[in-house]
Design a protein around this ligand. Structure first.
Ligand code: ADP
Ligand code: MG
Length: 679
């Protein structure tokens, strides 16, 4: 498609230089880009429902006759409300428009129309607010594009329809016919036309299927070629295993799962002809840090330096404290490098990394800055890997000579996804928790009993435990009146928690401030932290036993699970209190999943089902290129695309005979800065 339509957007009929600028802001520079700008959703005008059967909270199309037009009410000089009563013969509803005098005039003449929108009960009657309206005659499935301030869906639609006219009647299909046949895929031209202007729901499904397949195929081709990266090298092969000595340094006995994971790593580093590339996956609290420390110990004892990268400063600082304490009576030296350190401190640390006097350096993204040079980097560990892009990780790896790689993640990524994201990474699972852990009891409450919840926190604090309260980020949006963490903390002055030692922690604070507060909290000098989600990943203070989450409906399940994982890390019974006033059925349903299970895998599965993988990982967190249309939860298509990719690469490993696919692969991976790693 791209190759076919390199025409600059400006030369599409109806798009001048000014609109072209607006299109560029959407990442659309050519006619090809435009055709790949898929509708966000569709208005299905081809199926109508009766008013009484209108679905809740969802758009539908209703065919109804106008029976009465009410007098417009002028609210302000720039706000006029128009209401009409319509009927489908069995039930009436009100349709309401704001400032749309033209539509009102058209409707008040009477007659039958199609109304597209959401039907709600307003307390008196059923009502559809600001519906789209069409005369009964034209029934079709209508594309809705993501709008911007300067381009509305209608304008995009017009340009798309012009671009479609430029498609040659017989486009060369980049997917070989044999593969299309095997998986029952429609032709490319048909797919492109029907993704924008579907002839029918079936045609739309076929179009989605085909374009989704293409995208996954290209992704798989790219990943397959990335995997070729694993090259033979024994640059940092270890000679001796020091794990037994390490266990003696630990204040506890390792779990079997931890021993197994460390054993897997040592085996890789000692016996393989190529560097280790392993993912340790374990639910929150399963003890991944100790695994990392163990592997570092043996690597250092064999003469390597280690880099340990964490996604936040709080977490880096915490790992630094943990490892410094573990290694304090050994000859292993630990250093910290974060972006917010003073330039002079950084300079000293850079020097120590360069001359090799620091064995293990723990840090944030600061580790990948150009001025960091290692004397002999042999092991790279990334914590909560899904938060880094593929590009960032490879940049750190490039600082060593074929270093071993260990990735740690609490996000229980489904197997197919893990393979796609991490390629041929080997996997160790921590499927066991340290002894003495109890289930975290989780409750869903509404704000009417918040005071009682405070009383519960107070009781726990009085008996020497610590708590968190999480409020969502402040939004400058009148519709969602969320309190900021600071204000929330102030409001506690009026409650039973007034005399507790409290502190606020939020993203906009200076890193040094955050660190100070976390240190005070972990030293037990604070009782209660009121935080935004900065504490989401990794924070480990075993004496904290209650996690209270305000506006819980605003978080995804996996995120709630991560937050809840901040408690229940010690021997004491822990609790999680979700506060939400949402009455939406599926929201309540979702939050109840949290009350039912503590199992991260089950929660991730549920999350994936309810929200789809895009949201599940958050934008770009997985480091995979962004997919426009394919669904990562569609396991069958993923499998098919993988088989097809293998088939193509078996006969044409460099895609010389499939140049369109080659170009597409490079283009997809450009977006994550990994092209240099494609063969
Ligand atoms: P995560 O896997 O979430 O990163 P951590 O490594 O932070 O988990 O460990 C969670 C807590 O469990 C820490 O306080 C750690 O000291 C403790 N811990 C880890 N392994 C064990 C063990 N084998 N026995 C007892 N406590 C352990
Ligand atoms: Mg951790």
């Amino acid at each position: 498609m791209q190759q076919l339509l390199q025409t600059t957007i400006q030369y599409i009929k109806g798009v001048g230089p000014k609109k072209a600028e607006s299109f560029k802001k959407l990442g659309i520079a050519t006619a090809g880009d435009l055709l790949e700008f898929y509708p966000r959703t569709y208005e299905d005008w081809s199926r109508t429902v009766m008013i009484a059967d209108a679905p809740q909270n969802r758009n539908c199309c209703i065919k109804a006759k106008v029976c009465k037009a009410f007098q417009p009410s002028v609210i302000r000089y720039n706000l006029v409300i128009y209401k009409l009563s319509v009927t489908d013969g069995e039930e009436d509803m009100i349709v309401t428009f704001f400032n749309q005098s033209y539509t009102y005039e058209k409707l008040r003449g009477g007659g039958e129309f199609l109304f597209y929108g959401t039907v709600r009960y307003n307390g008196y009657s059923l009502e559809m607010t600001s519906p789209s309206v069409l005369e009964t005659a034209d029934m079709y499935i209508h594309p809705i594009y993501p709008q911007t301030a300067s381009l509305n869906s209608r304008q995009i639609e017009k340009a798309v329809s012009q671009a479609l006219k430029m498609l040659p009647p017989n486009i060369v299909d980049p997917v070989p016919e044999s593969i299309r046949k095997q998986y029952g895929l429609c032709g490319l031209g048909y797919a492109v036309r029907n993704i924008h202007f579907p002839e029918s729901n079936e045609a739309l499904e076929q179009a989605k299927q085909r374009l989704g397949f293409d995208e996954l195929l290209v992704l798989q081709l790219g990943l397959a070629r990335l995997k070729g990266d694993r090259k033979e090298s024994v640059a940092h092969r270890i000679k001796k295993d020091f794990t037994r000595d390490f266990w003696k340094l630990l204040p506890f006995k390792p779990t079997n799962a931890q021993e197994r994971a460390v054993g897997d790593c040592i085996h890789d580093m000692k016996n393989n002809a190529y560097p280790m590339n392993r993912l340790v996956q374990g639910d929150v609290g399963s003890g991944k840090t100790a695994v990392a420390a163990a592997v570092c110990y043996t690597a250092v004892k064999n003469g390597s330096q280690c880099a340990f990268m964490a996604p936040t400063e709080i977490l880096a600082e915490q790992h630094f404290r943990t490892l410094s304490a573990l290694f304090k009576d050994t000859d292993v030296t630990v250093g910290l490098l974060t972006g917010s350190m003073k330039a002079s401190q950084k300079k000293i640390m850079h020097e120590n990394i360069r001359n090799g006097s620091v064995d293990i350096v723990i840090g944030t993204h600061a580790l990948i800055s150009d001025s960091v040079e290692f004397s002999s980097l042999g092991l790279v560990i990334t914590d909560e890997q899904h938060r880094f892009g593929v590009g960032q990780r490879s940049k750190l790896i490039a600082k060593g000579e074929d270093p071993h790689i260990l990735v740690m993640s609490a996000t229980p990524i489904p197997r197919t996804l893990a393979l796609m994201i991490f390629g041929d990474l080997d996997l160790s699972v921590l499927d066991e928790f340290p002894p003495g852990r109890q289930k975290i009891d989780t409750f869903l409450i509404d704000s009417s009993i918040r005071e009682r919840a405070y009383g519960f926190l107070k009781k726990n604090i009085d008996s020497g435990q610590q708590c968190y309260i999480v409020c969502p980020l402040v939004e400058q949006n009148d519709e969602i009146p969320l309190v900021s963490a600071e204000e929330y903390n102030k409001s506690l002055d009026e409650t039973v928690l007034k005399n507790c030692r409290r502190a606020v922690l939020h993203g906009r604070m200076k890193a040094s401030e955050k660190e100070r507060i976390m240190r005070e909290f972990s030293d037990g000098d604070l009782d209660l932290i009121i935080a935004t989600t900065v504490i989401e990943v990794g924070v480990d203070v075993p004496n904290s036993t209650i996690m209270m989450i305000e506006n819980a409906e605003r978080f995804g399940l996996s995120q709630l699970h991560q937050l809840r994982g901040r408690v229940g890390r010690g021997k004491q019974k822990s609790y999680c209190i979700l506060v939400s006033d949402s009455r939406k059925e599926n929201t309540v349903e979702r939050l109840k999943v949290m009350c039912k299970t503590n199992d991260g895998f089950k929660i991730a599965d549920e999350d994936l089902k309810q929200r789809g993988p895009g949201d599940f990982f958050g934008a770009r967190q997985h480091g995979l290129p962004e997919l426009k249309i394919a669904s990562l939860s569609n396991v069958e298509t993923i499998d098919n695309a993988q088989l097809a990719a293998q088939k193509i690469l078996a006969v044409d490993p460099l895609l010389k005979e499939h140049s369109e696919l080659d170009v597409e692969t490079k283009r997809l991976f450009e977006s994550v800065g990994s092209t240099e790693r494609l063969q």
